[in-house]
Design a protein around this ligand. Sequence first.
Ligand code: HEM
Length: 467
Amino acid sequence: MSVSVELLRDNVEPEDVALFSTFTISATAWLLFSTAVGVLLSFKFPYPDWATNPALSFGRLRAIHTNDAFYGWASVALSGAALYVASRTSGIPVAGKRFAWGGLALFNIAAILGTITLDMGINNGDQEYREWVWWVTAVFLLAVIFTFTALLTTVAKRVEREIYISNWYTLGAFVFTILLGITAYIPVYQRGLGQVAVQAFYMHNAVGMWFTFLALGVTYYALPKLLNRPIYSYALGVLGFWTNLFFYPVIGAHHYEFTPLPWWFQTLAIVFSVGMLVPVWAGTGNFFLTMRWQWETVRRSYALPFIVVGVAYYFLGSTQGTVEALRSLQTIWHLTNYTVGHSHATMYGFITFIAWGAIYALLPRATGKRPPVLATGLHFWLATVGVTAYVVFLSVGGTEQGLAWAAGDPFIASVEAAAPYWAGRAVAGLFMFLAHVIFAYNVFMMTVGPSRESDRYERRPAPVQST
Ligand code: HEM
């Protein structure tokens, strides 16, 4: 009888196990908190008179939800996985561990300070995803710099000759994000049209150069590892890397079509949004071709179904972004809930599912403890059904909203049209939140929970093997 590749345990030193586990536990706490806030926000649409205290107001809680989901959950979960991947592919334990631990502490301090200040009404104005005041973002950037130092030191000290493609992506993510964070807070760019241009640059690159690069980097390691076969094409991975770097930085202005930003600048953003099809299709094509004829392995795996959904949402959500950028469609969808559906297709369907896939793939290999089968299945289905319903409700509701505005109907008509979809989104959000509670239980079982004989991974006999 053949043993599933997922039963093999990596040879990891205990401090690296503790590091990866603590990054994941901390990220999971922020996932629970930020999405509990998301559920509360969802119910404010059907029940607007509910919880109207300023500290619980929509404006303050919305920024808390987005910033904590971004910087407390996704950033920390993917940084922990990136460090683990760097160590496995470099053939050495994580180097510069003090920086890694310091980075984790700073990520948490930033998210705590950010939550408190936002809830007190202290913020950077309506600058989406950079509502944190500059000194809170400075703490976050320090966290990024500390974690980057550990990542870079690990790769620099590698015993393998090549720098594996995963590390190109993850190192790229850190370098770009440090530059991005500094640029976004330069005082001269904080007013007038310069502010709008920098906001476009910041908000989209936080998604495209930070989360996307981190998620692709860990997928390039986890996917071949789980399937026990090499990635379909290294060249497609390199093509995706450079074309993402070329096209992404300019596309943010597609959020500001029909604004006073120069028309040519908006057009450039649209043209480059079409160009984004190259890295997206290169990446997703590469991943699906790596999975070809392996559906039985996918079905038997804990982690692969999450990666399949993540890659599918990467393809769908990003291709949707290209289409959505066209001016003819922005006339309907601009400022509607359609965009919120798109954000959750990408940040949840793609980024969050890949983070889960990477955690289920790699954490048990480090700790030797598998998650319970039933709970993992429940997590997968509740989250998949939840996010799909969320996206469908807001895509349809947002289109109805936009059509009502375009027809010149009274504003209340668009509210009435969207109301049933908002109620549906709140129920979908409950499914997603329940999935997160189950995930938290699974993280407990994979880390500090009791060691169960039946679920223990077999220790890999040979030393570290890089993909
Ligand atoms: C239980 C799961 C979740 C629920 C119920 C939820 C709910 C919400 C709600 C109600 C909003 C405000 C929408 C509006 O202003 O009309 C929102 C915005 C947002 N959420 Fe979530 N959310 C969830 C999970 C997540 C996760 C995990 C992420 C990212 C990792 C995320 C990222 C965002 C973003 C980026 C926005 C801003 C959307 C935009 O303006 O385009 N959400 N969410």
